[in-house]
Design a protein around this ligand. Structure first.
Ligand code: GTP
Length: 447
């Protein structure tokens, strides 16, 4: 060939034609999926699920039912060490620390982010599942800003990933990004509330949003249908996009149909349970379900709820798609917006050339932005401390004044009494016959 002969090849034309060829004989790359499979199993998978909804809507129960696990109601709060020492100073994220004692309804926003992780295994495949719970969401009297701490949690997880990518050693990047957000809708059968719409509008372009109607066993089938269509209309009117299972060219009709059904059935009307009941069709078997005087609701029975659809989408069919969309679409959007906001220009050409100067500049700006953030946080803390100290000083000053006044009054009284005595004595000295004998000095008189 020309190359072998040491000749320089002319540049390839722009409209290079790629021909797909069927090779005869076995080369070996048909084995690639198997290699990929082995590698994936060895590495394991992870899924970070954000659960948002009012307290008691059955979030933990649903997660336990989905993953056959036993998560408890309280996890580790963001900015808090597992032993409970609060390290975060971000008031917005932590909300009001003194409120919500004894289940009292708080006036202010009280959302606290709690996380729990577990590694679960099925047929040798390991999945690290992290449950992120926005505890207290929508529970205050004024819930106007309830969505803010949740959004800032999603963003800070993106930021953390971005920081890791910019480190010198990038071999072990931990993916803490939110892969899916399950939004729990109260089973009212009416319409979505303003808070539901506000939340969905705020987060839909930051995470894969999947709304669920929780505790749907309290609604009849007709009520569920009507509620679902109202919810879908409201979300559409507010421009909210939900996670849509993707369809590829090579997919067969069945896969295409499944993907369509899974999307159309949203929001899923689900039922969860932490207990097991006797299977009505086979009393020897125990199934996850809820027992009522009028019968049994089986969690995994497709005639009773949409639980199986949610599990198919979340775990069985589209877990990897949820992760992939998070990484390639949602995170990429966030990343480029963030870099642009820092003044770093994006190169849109497909083949980006590595420019060490640009890279250095990019890292410098990121570092400066981090420093600025840190500085502003430190300033806030400093300001808080100064205000606290000033308040304390003011208090002790007032107390000192009060004590001073009290002492002064006491002394004035004593002075008056002494003057009175002096006057009496002078009178008795001037007129000894009429006066009574001089009183003896009382012990402790001047005290
Ligand atoms: P917090 O963690 O406190 O925010 O609550 P949660 O949203 O995690 O709710 P949790 O799972 O603790 O469930 C609250 C109560 O609702 C429990 O008594 C559950 O048994 C019950 N519950 C959960 N899921 C369902 C359901 O699908 N239907 C009915 N009827 N009750 C449910």
């Amino acid at each position: 060939s020309a190359q072998e002969a040491g000749q320089v090849l002319p540049p390839q034309p722009a409209s290079l034609k790629i021909v797909n060829r069927q090779i005869t004989g076995y080369v070996g790359f048909a084995n690639l999926p198997k290699q990929w499979h082995r590698k994936s199993v060895r590495r394991g998978f992870n899924l970070n699920v954000l659960c948002v909804g009012r307290t008691g809507l059955g979030k933990t129960t649903l997660i336990n039912s989905l993953f056959n696990e036993n998560f408890s109601d309280t996890g580790v709060r963001s900015g808090e060490t597992p032993d409970g020492n609060d390290q975060s100073l971000d008031e917005d994220t932590l909300g009001d620390k003194n409120s919500q004692v004894g289940g009292a309804v708080s006036m202010r926003n009280t959302v606290k982010i709690e996380t729990q992780s577990k590694t679960i295994e099925e047929n040798g495949v390991k999945l690290k599942l992290t449950l992120i719970d926005a505890a207290g969401f929508g529970d205050a009297i004024d819930n106007t800003d309830s969505w803010k701490p949740v959004l800032s949690e999603i963003n800070s997880r993106f930021d953390h990933y971005l920081d890791q990518e910019n480190r010198i050693n990038r071999t072990k990047i931990e993916d803490n990004r939110v892969h899916v957000c399950l939004y729990f809708i109260e089973p009212t059968g009416h319409y979505l509330k303003p808070l539901d719409l506000e939340f969905c509008s705020q987060v839909h372009d930051k995470c894969n949003l999947i709304p669920v109607i929780s505790k749907s066993d309290i609604l009849s089938d007709e009520e569920i249908e009507l509620f679902k269509s109202r919810i879908s209309n409201q979300l559409r009117e507010h421009g909210v996009t939900l996670f849509r299972p993707p369809v590829y060219k090579m997919d067969d009709n069945e896969t295409i149909q499944t993907s369509k059904t899974l999307y159309e059935k949203m929001p899923y009307a689900v039922v969860g349970s932490n207990s097991f009941v006797k299977d009505p069709n086979n009393p020897e078997l125990m199934v996850r379900g809820r027992e009522y005087p009028w019968g049994i609701i089986e969690v995994e029975n497709s005639n009773h709820s949409d639980f199986n659809l949610l599990r198919d989408l979340l775990i069985k069919q589209y877990l990897e798609e949820l992760r992939e969309r998070t990484a390639h679409e949602l995170y990429e959007n966030y990343r480029s917006k963030k870099l642009i906001s820092l003044g770093i220009k994006q190169d849109n050409s497909v083949f980006k050339e590595f420019d060490p100067n640009t890279r250095q500049e990019e890292e410098k700006r990121l570092h400066e932005a981090k420093l600025a953030k840190l500085e502003s946080e430190m300033k806030t803390v400093f300001q808080q401390k100064v205000t606290e100290k000033e308040k304390k000083l003011q208090k002790s000053e007032t107390e000192l004044f009060a004590r001073h006044k009290e002492m002064k009054d006491k002394l004035t009284k004593q002075l008056k009494a002494l003057e009175e005595k002096k006057h009496q004595l002078e009178l008795s000295l001037a007129n000894p016959s009429t006066s009574s004998p001089v009183p003896q000095k009382k012990k402790g008189f001047l005290r």
